[in-house]
Design a protein around this ligand. Structure first.
Ligand SMILES: [Zn+2]
Length: 307
């Protein structure tokens, strides 16, 4: 774990955080880092923990990407790759949990190419590339995240983290949706479908070359913020099914999911908040200017910081 402390002035941001902390009140059930303000008494900086990295998503690249996001927000972020450490105790000091990894682990090794996805007919080898895959998350860990958010904290689920709900009912309940996989990298257009939400404020539709993830959203469809559309007319033939049809690996014959996918949402959960954004296989996609703007809005909204 590490922190990305900067020397830049945090005055403007801290002003917002003081307001947010006051609004949350003493019953928020969260801890924060105390800092001394200039004659204004004690102020607080909310802490974020990010669980990052998996077979196809290099943890160093994710850290470079998220460091820029949190540096520009002048907020601290700490990292771990130790999925097995996820617990209520681990999350206790934090206000925001960022999860940027999927549900797979390969304790017996993995020989498949890193750019291929399970559940896609476009898979170039045409076979199940995950014969050695195991699933790491326990329902106890899913429950810990659920209770973390219910008690007034927040979850930012990024990119392929939507796969994690394939392996935990508790995690799916708080995240609010589940992955149906994705085709290989290709250009597509991300469309804002709810312009009234603070997370999409000032963000324009944008083009990106990335993995177009297809997901099911379980809650009120009015919470959906983003759709992704392949404007070249390319569809996605998925073989993965909703895990309620047979567990984390539930699959069947290829099924055409069309050109447009649900790729971002935001909802309240208990006293906390959840955002999912599907874009982000590469740093290029993470730093697309409109996407970066959206991520900043998301972090502020999740941390209940007035912008
Ligand atoms: Zn990816």
């Amino acid at each position: 774990m590490r922190s990305n402390e900067t020397d830049r002035s945090r005055r403007a941001l801290l002003k917002g955080i003081v307001a947010a902390t006051a609004a949350l009140g003493p019953a928020s059930g969260t801890a924060a880092v105390p800092m001394q303000g200039a004659g204004t008494g004690e102020i607080f900086r909310p802490r974020t923990l990010a669980l990052i990295g998996d077979r196809a998503h290099n943890s160093d690249a994710i850290r470079v990407s998220l460091d820029r996001l949190f540096n520009e927000l002048e907020l601290p972020i700490e990292y771990t790759t130790n999925y097995y450490d996820l617990s209520a105790e681990l999350l206790r000091p934090y206000r925001l949990f960022v999860c940027f990894r999927d549900n797979y682990v390969f304790p017996n090794g993995n020989l498949s190419p890193s750019g291929t996805a399970r559940g896609s007919r476009q898979n170039p080898l045409g076979a199940d590339l995950f014969p050695n895959a195991q699933y790491w998350i326990t329902e106890e860990q899913g429950q810990a995240v659920k209770e973390f958010v219910e008690s007034g904290n927040s979850l930012y689920s990024m990119h392929n983290n939507v796969f994690l709900s394939r392996s935990s009912k508790n995690y799916r309940e708080v995240q609010g949706g589940v992955a149906l996989s994705h085709p290989a990298l290709r250009p597509f257009k991300v469309k804002i479908v709810n312009r009234e939400h603070p997370v999409t404020k000032g963000v324009s539709d944008f083009m990106v070359t990335d993995e177009q993830h297809y997901a099911i959203y379980d809650k009120d469809p009015r919470n959906i913020l983003l759709n992704s559309e392949n404007i070249d007319g390319l569809v996605f033939d998925a073989t993965l099914r909703d895990p309620v049809e047979g567990g984390p690996g539930a699959s069947g014959p290829p099924r055409n999911l069309g050109t447009t996918s649900t790729s971002g949402w935001a909802h309240e959960f208990g006293r906390g908040r959840v955002v999912f954004t599907a874009i982000g296989h590469t740093i290029h996609a993470m730093w697309q200017p409109e996407h970066l703007k959206l991520q900043k809005n998301a972090v502020r909204w999740l941390l209940k910081i007035e912008s």
